[in-house]
Design a protein around this ligand. Structure first.
Ligand code: SF4
Length: 393
C-alpha cells in the first residue's frame, strides 16, 4: 500500500532528542508499526534470490554472506554456493579448502570457516536439521543473536527479534533516541521493540520489512522519509533529527602495516604461499609477505632471505604500493618481482607453496588482496619479466 507523503512540522517542534532509551514500544505503537510495515514490504521489497526460499540452511548461508558484503555481491555467489553444497550434510562433509574456494569473491573468509564448522555441528549433533528457536540456533558456531533471529523468523516464522545496523537505525529514529549506546544493535530496548513488532503480525514478513526499510528507505544519509510507511509516527522526522540520529561514532584509527609482497617468477609461473592458520587471511593463498620498514622504497637482497636462498634475478619493485583495508588495519604492500632460480624456503610447519601458471588457480581461497597483487604484477605498470642481473640472497 503506497504511503502518502506527510508534511514535516519541524518548525513547531523542539530539536531536542531523547538520550534515554524507552523500555520497548507501547503496545499500540508496535501494532501500528507492524500494520504499516507488512503491506509496505509485500508491495515494495526487492526480489532477492534468498527471499524465494524458506529453507533454513539456504537462509543461513545468505545471512552469513550478507554480513559486511553488498547484496549485489551475494546475489552473484549465493546460488553457486548452494549448487555446490546444497544441504547441511554436503557442506559438513566438504573439504575446508573446497569451501574456501567456493567463498572466493565474498571476502571475510572467517565467515566461511565458521559456517563450515557450524554445518559440522548441525550434521553431527542435530541430525542435519537447524533448530527452530533462536536459543538453539545460537549454540551453533558462527550463529550470533542477529543471525539466529533472522533464521528463526524468516525460515520458521517465529517472533524472534533480529537487530542489525539497519533495524537499529530505523527504531532509533522512530523513537528519536540519540544516545549512541542506545542506538547500538546490542541495546536491549531495540531487541524488545523488534520482538513487539514481530509479535504484532507475521514475523517472517515483519523481520525482513524492518531490515528492508533500513536498507532502502531509512538509509544512514538522506533517508527517503517521503516514501516511508512509518513517516506519520516517526519522532526523528517530526523533530527534524534524521540528520543526527544515529550519532556519528568516532572510530579508532586503523593501524598501518607495511609489507613487501614478493612475486617470485619461474618461467611463466608465480609462487603463492598459504598464509598461517591464524590471523588475517588465515589459510588463504597470497604472495609471500615480508615486513617492510617505514621509508623502505627498494628491497634489499637480505629482505628476501626468509623465503629464498641462492641467486634471484631482476629484483625490483613494481608500481605504487597496493593499499588494502581491513576492519581495524590498513596494509600497504609494495610488490617486488624477482626471477627465482633459487631455493624457496618453506615457512612454518604447515607452510604450503604452489607454482601457478597464468591460467591456473590453487585449491582454496584466493582473497581479493591476492588478485590485486597479481594484477599489479601482470599489469598496471607492472611488466613482470625478469631483468638481467642476479642478486644473491
Ligand atoms: S520517517 Fe524517515 S527517519 Fe523515520 S523511519 Fe521513516 S525513513 Fe527513517
Amino acid at each position: 500500500m503506497p504511503t502518502k507523503p506527510t508534511a514535516t512540522p519541524r518548525a513547531s517542534r523542539s530539536r531536542t532528542p531523547r538520550a534515554d532509551a524507552p523500555a520497548g514500544l507501547a503496545s499500540a505503537q508496535a501494532q501500528e508499526i507492524g500494520a504499516r510495515l507488512e503491506p509496505w514490504f509485500l508491495a515494495h521489497h526487492r526480489d532477492l534470490s534468498w527471499r524465494r526460499t524458506r529453507d533454513p540452511y539456504a537462509i543461513w548461508v545468505s545471512e552469513i554472506m550478507l554480513q559486511q558484503t553488498r547484496v549485489e555481491t551475494v546475489e552473484r555467489h549465493w546460488a553457486g554456493f548452494l549448487a555446490r553444497f546444497p544441504d547441511v550434510a554436503t557442506l559438513a562433509a566438504a573439504d575446508g579448502d573446497e569451501v574456501l574456494s567456493a567463498w572466493s569473491g565474498l571476502g571475510y573468509y572467517r565467515r566461511a570457516r565458521l559456517l563450515h564448522a557450524g554445518a559440522k555441528v548441525v550434521a553431527a549433533e542435530l541430525g542435519a536439521r537447524l533448530p527452530e528457536d533462536a536459543a538453539g540456533l545460537r549454540r551453533i558456531p558462527g550463529i550470533g543473536p542477529y543471525t539466529a533471529g533472522a533464521i528463526a523468523s524468516i525460515a520458521y516464522d517465529r517472533p524472534e527479534p533480529l537487530v542489525d545496523g539497519n533495524v537499529a537505525r530505523v527504531l532509533s529514529r522512530v523513537e528519536a533516541v540519540s544516545d549512541p549506546k542506545q542506538q547500538d544493535a546490542t541495546a536491549k530496548w531495540l531487541w524488545s521493540a523488534c520482538e513487539q513488532i514481530l509479535r504484532s503480525g507475521t514475523p517472517r514478513v515483519l523481520g525482513q520489512a524492518l531490515m528492508e526499510l533500513g536498507a532502502t528507505v531509512c538509509t544512514p544519509r538522506a533517508p527517503r522519509c517521503e516514501a516511508c510507511p512509518l513517516a506519520a509516527s516517526c519522532r526523528a522526522r517530526q523533530r527534524g533529527l534524521t540528520d543526527i540520529i544515529p550519532a556519528v561514532r568516532e572510530r579508532a584509527a586503523s593501524k598501518l602495516e607495511r609489507w613487501w609482497a614478493v612475486a617470485l617468477l619461474r618461467d611463466d609461473a608465480i609462487l603463492l604461499e598459504r598464509r598461517p592458520d591464524e590471523g588475517l587471511l588465515a589459510r588463504m593463498w597470497c604472495l609471500p609477505l615480508l615486513p617492510r620498514d617505514d621509508g623502505d622504497t627498494a628491497p634489499t637482497a637480505s629482505a628476501l632471505r626468509p623465503i629464498v636462498r641462492g641467486r634471484v634475478g631482476g629484483l625490483r619493485t613494481v608500481g605504487e604500493p597496493v593499499v588494502h583495508i581491513f576492519t581495524h588495519r590498513r596494509w600497504e604492500l609494495q610488490v617486488v618481482v624477482a626471477a627465482a632460480g633459487a631455493t624457496v624456503l618453506p615457512r612454518g610447519d604447515d607452510a604450503a607453496t604452489v607454482w601457478l601458471a597464468p591460467s591456473q588457480r590453487p585449491t582454496g581461497g584466493v582473497p581479493t588482496l591476492t588478485r590485486k597483487l597479481l594484477a599489479r604484477v601482470g599489469g598496471e605498470g607492472g611488466d613482470a619479466r625478469p631483468r638481467r642481473g642476479q642478486v644473491k640472497v
